[in-house]
Design a binder for this molecule. Structure first.
Ligand code: SF4
Length: 399
């Protein structure tokens, strides 16, 4: 990465160079950096769909986890539409397109976590289209009793560890997993520190920059990504030219799977919003805090999933109150309003929304809602809506 960064830095300085580097990595849908990493390391690459997979497990067996978050607004869908009806979200179409056009052929396998029926169906299609590759549906527990959901999840994880050596990964080793857990603890902490800095001084970290950096983590080895995040944190902390503006502090929710186009994020910021919390590229923040490295590392991954996962529409909350976690995040991040911002036809996000809206309304928090597709190109209506929302917060907050 240093070589790549020095090339960028020759024409750009500091955080701008890092953001340009991150954006180039993200927008390279043919995964050149992953191909290079495989050549240099002799490792394998395993793709994963949103929202969460235990990347530590892959990294411990010399498998680079590669996040597949669709084709955004850059990809022309030629064959992908033929695989799906019109009334579902966009991400499976662009993912199939990337598979069929060869962009993902350096992946030795793909994990499809239990996010929704669309991703379950996509895993079946992948199996048929790419019979020579590892394809695994990762069924995550919706029962959080260690003896029930925990035992089930451990079995799922064990099956993944057993499947990797057959396609070129290393054999499972407890110490290697402990090391990988530590590597990802540092990665999670670097992300958490940036979110915390943005909470305190949102003018220092525009979300359209933070977002691009998070996307680079989909293809970079975790240590390199952490280095990039730390370098960006230092660069923006030192930048005195970024001054506060009179913007409304908003929290975005609903964008945990199919990602909004970067233009949408920029539009919200230009409309007068400081985004102080969001659920973009959720895999970085699914587990809260460190996972212990001592003891049984596989058990630690299981416990972290059961006990330290965030509240999400794709996670059963049993007797919990839907939306309560959202209200708590609003308080923690000092948000003045909530933007419900979900992909069109996203069942998990949109089925949860009425309950989340009720919780937000009961707490007296202003909100508004709109939908997007990863390839949306027109933002004028959203700009007007978000601008009006931000203005109303600034005008009437404190009454
Ligand atoms: S955007 Fe929503 S409906 Fe579509 S695959 Fe993701 S979680 Fe499922």
């Amino acid at each position: 990465m240093e070589e790549r960064m020095s090339t960028s830095a020759s024409c750009l300085e500091g955080h701008a160079a890092l953001v340009a580097e991150a954006e180039a990595l993200w927008k390279d849908y043919s995964l050149t950096s992953v191909r290079e990493w495989k050549k240099e390391s002799g490792g394998i690459a395993i793709g994963y769909m949103p929202v969460y997979v235990p990347r530590e497990l892959l990294w411990a067996q010399n498998a680079l986890p590669v996040g597949i978050l669709g084709g955004g607004d850059d990809l022309e869908i030629i064959r992908g539409d033929a695989y799906y009806q019109s009334y579902i979200c966009h991400i499976p179409r662009s993912t199939i397109e990337l598979g069929l056009n060869g962009s993902l052929d350096c992946l030795d396998g793909v994990l499809f976590p239990a996010t929704c029926d669309v991703i379950r169906n996509l895993s079946g299609m992948w199996k048929m289209q790419f019979p020579d590759k590892l394809v695994r549906y990762l069924d995550v527990p919706q029962d959080f009793d260690p003896a029930m959901g925990g035992a089930f999840y451990r079995h799922e994880l064990q099956e993944i560890t057993e499947s990797l050596p057959g396609i070129g990964g290393r054999s499972y080793d407890e110490d290697a997993l402990r090391t990988a857990i530590q590597v990802y603890n540092e990665s999670r902490q670097a992300v958490a520190d940036l979110y915390d800095l943005r909470r305190r001084e949102p003018w220092k970290i525009p979300t359209h920059e933070l977002y691009v950096l998070l996307r680079a983590g989909m293809v970079l080895p975790p240590e390199e990504h952490t280095t990039m995040l730390r370098a960006y944190e230092t660069a923006v902390s030192d930048d005195e030219s970024r001054r506060p503006m009179d913007q409304a502090r908003v929290l975005i929710t609903g964008s945990f799977c199919e990602q909004p186009p970067l233009g949408l994020i920029k539009t919200l910021e230009r409309a007068g919003c400081y985004i102080v919390d969001d659920d973009f590229v959720q895999v970085h923040r699914w587990i809260v805090g460190d996972i212990p490295v001592d003891g049984d590392p596989l058990g630690n991954l299981v416990t972290a999933y059961l006990e330290n996962s965030i509240e999400s529409p794709i996670r059963y909350i049993d007797d919990g109150v839907k939306g309560q976690g959202l209200v708590e995040r609003v308080e923690h991040y000092g948000a003045e309003g909530v933007l419900f911002c979900a992909p069109s036809f996203c069942d998990p996000a949109l089925l949860d929304q009425p309950m989340a809206v009720k919780a937000v309304e009961d707490a007296g928090i202003p909100w508004t809602a709109f939908k997007y597709s990863e390839n949306s190109g027109q933002f004028q209506v959203i700009r007007e809506q978000a601008g009006t929302f931000a203005d109303s917060i600034k005008l009437w907050s404190g009454e």
